[in-house]
Design a protein around this ligand. Structure first.
Ligand code: ISL
Ligand code: CA
Length: 557
């Protein structure tokens, strides 16, 4: 395993719209992030990833870009961006931005020209097709509801959009498109940014046979959309032309691919991307908005697949982001053990093999919202899928019930800074989205003043992780894959072995540690009371107990 800086960092994702509103217009902004850098430095993170900050009509909260070389007006100015970048670097924090080049906004100049006529130079920047008679070109669905094809008046042809009709897909088979993308990438890299998170990057190559999806494929169209014929070629070209020329890292949002494709995309011998987000863990039990139950052994299996790669790959580890529900609501217990289970998830994320990506608010144990009505959601995906849901005879109550477990909006509520109105996010009483009513109890200020807070547990763990390269690079071994409540694994370093024991349940469990050595030393735990050193290989675990031990291999036989 060759050591790289981006394998040793802890990344923190900021959704600028919901992070902090410095100018009081009710929307988060870049100056807001700058004003909170001290907080992130205190937490100890190394790299900041900001969701799209580019000019956008905000159909999809910035994932619909109108001008790649302009800062979104609501977020501030290019000077603000330059100040943010400079402030990060001054504090040894790296900054990566969100590269959204599978599609643009329909208000992007390229699309305005492309749709105007079949003869326009930009026509082939997008994917146009005639219908079949009066029918759509094929049965491909869009993720935000309806067909992936939209007809235009100007030429009567349809254009392809995997997401909203205001997000037309770029035609990556056109070398001019690829050249334009590489040019905009250089624009930001020459400013000194430290890399890109690449939005739905496996979708950029399309299978131009445009065959209908089968009934089975329609259940998860992302799996088909992620298998275009030229994906590898385009990523290799992007790496050759751009990425390889800078000391940066790239992480692909690989929505739709499986482990094999992940292994190829992030295999350093392939020279495509450095890291890839696999979605199996964050969407466990999920089919689109439908959330089924899952078991701990199923979760452990997914960690096995994600963490145990060979030395040519390096995993990412994340339990939430701006597209998924809050981790403590999704995997923990917010009813009776919110703080404790949030700390357990911190221990899991920060002692796994792979680069951890934290999401704003996760470090203070922010939770899902209890939405009362479908109209309370902001997400276009919720509204866009309603007609399909009702057509499939799902009641609004059932849809709401699932959305309260799976919606993206849970992670887009305002960051909870204090117990002041709007949780201190903004001075404006009119904010773009709601704040979770539990902000009186769950907020940064309270966490900073409590040595036993979720924040301080994350802070201590980040410190422990960064201090020990062993913990970062050590091999991963699940010691008890089938246990229904306990997640027990070890990290086998050359000099040290770390043992992690997590009680992923609200039960009291008397647990026989699979491998035991009397010289284990407790490093960190979420147990409030002192714990007696583990004498025998039995340990009494309270609900949601999370402990990490270390043993120096020098004592080993
Ligand atoms: O719910 C989803 C798809 O059905 C999400 O998981 C998400 O759309 C998918 O992971 C792709 O996400 C990325 O691309 C989207 C944007 O809406 C998401 O915010 C972005 O993370 C289109 O750009
Ligand atoms: Ca603002």
């Amino acid at each position: 395993m060759n050591h790289k800086w981006w394998k040793e960092q802890v990344v923190y994702q900021v959704y600028p719209r919901s992070f902090f509103d410095a100018n009081g217009d009710g929307i988060g902004d870049l100056k807001g992030i700058i004003s909170k850098l001290d907080y992130l430095i205190l937490l100890g993170i190394d790299t900041l990833w900001i969701s799209p900050h580019f000019d956008s009509p905000n159909e999809d909260n910035g994932y619909d870009i109108r001008d790649y070389k302009k800062v979104m007006e609501e977020f501030g100015t290019m000077e603000d961006f330059d100040t943010l970048l400079e402030s990060c670097h001054k504090n040894s924090i790296r900054l990566i931005v969100d590269l959204v080049v599978n599609h643009t906004s329909d208000e992007h100049d390229w699309f305005v020209k492309s749709r105007s006529s079949k003869m326009n130079d930009y026509r082939d920047f997008y994917i146009w097709k005639k219908g079949k008679g009066n029918d759509l070109p094929n049965n491909w669905p869009a993720f935000f509801g309806g067909s992936a094809w939209e007809k235009t008046e100007e030429t009567g042809e349809y254009y392809l959009h995997y997401f909203s009709k205001k997000q037309p897909d770029l035609n990556w088979d056109n070398p001019k498109v690829r050249k334009s993308v590489y040019d905009l990438m250089r624009f930001w890299l020459d400013k000194g940014i430290d890399g890109f998170r690449m939005d739905v990057i496996p979708f950029i190559s399309k299978d131009k046979q445009f065959l209908d999806l089968s009934k089975e494929e329609l259940k998860a169209p992302q799996k088909t959309y992620a298998k275009g014929p030229n994906l590898g070629a385009y990523l290799k070209e992007m790496n050759r032309e751009v990425l390889s020329k800078y000391d940066i890292f790239s992480v692909g949002e690989a929505f739709g691919i499986g482990r094999d494709a992940m292994m190829r995309m992030s295999d350093e011998r392939e020279k495509e991307l450095d890291l890839v987000f696999l979605f199996d863990i964050v969407r466990i039990g999920r089919e689109d908005w439908y959330q089924k139950s899952w078991t701990l052994p199923q979760l452990k299996k997914l960690f096995e697949l994600q963490s145990n790669t060979d030395s040519n790959h390096w995993p990412t580890v994340f339990l939430n982001n701006h597209d998924n529900p809050r981790s403590v609501s999704n995997y923990g217990n917010t009813k009776d053990y919110r703080v404790k289970s949030a700390k357990l998830l911190a221990l899991l994320t920060l002692t796994q093999r792979g680069t951890p990506f934290l999401y704003q608010g996760e470090e203070i144990g922010m939770t899902n919202v209890d939405f009362k009505a479908i109209d309370d959601f902001d997400d276009l995906q919720v509204r866009g899928n309603l007609s399909k849901v009702l057509k499939n005879k799902i009641t609004k109550e059932e849809y709401l019930n699932h959305l309260n477990r799976s919606s993206r909006d849970h992670s887009r509520t305002l960051m909870q800074w204090t117990d002041q109105p709007k949780a201190g996010f903004s001075k404006n009483e009119n904010t773009w989205f709601l704040v979770n009513p539990n902000y009186h109890e769950i907020n940064v200020e309270k966490n900073l003043n409590d040595p036993k807070s979720v924040f301080n547990f994350y802070k201590n763990l980040i410190f422990i992780r960064k201090k020990s390269k062993e913990l970062i690079y050590a091999d991963y071994e699940d010691l008890d894959p089938n246990h229904p409540q306990i997640f027990c694994y070890q990290r086998l370093g050359k000099k040290q072995t770390y043992l992690v024991i997590l009680n992923f349940s609200s039960d009291y469990v008397s647990y026989k540690i699979p491998v035991f050595n009397s010289k284990y030393r407790l490093i960190i735990s979420n147990k409030l009371d002192k714990i007696s050193p583990v004498k025998s290989n039995f340990i009494e675990l309270d609900p949601w107990d999370a402990l990490m031990f270390k043993i120096s291999n020098l004592y080993e036989n």
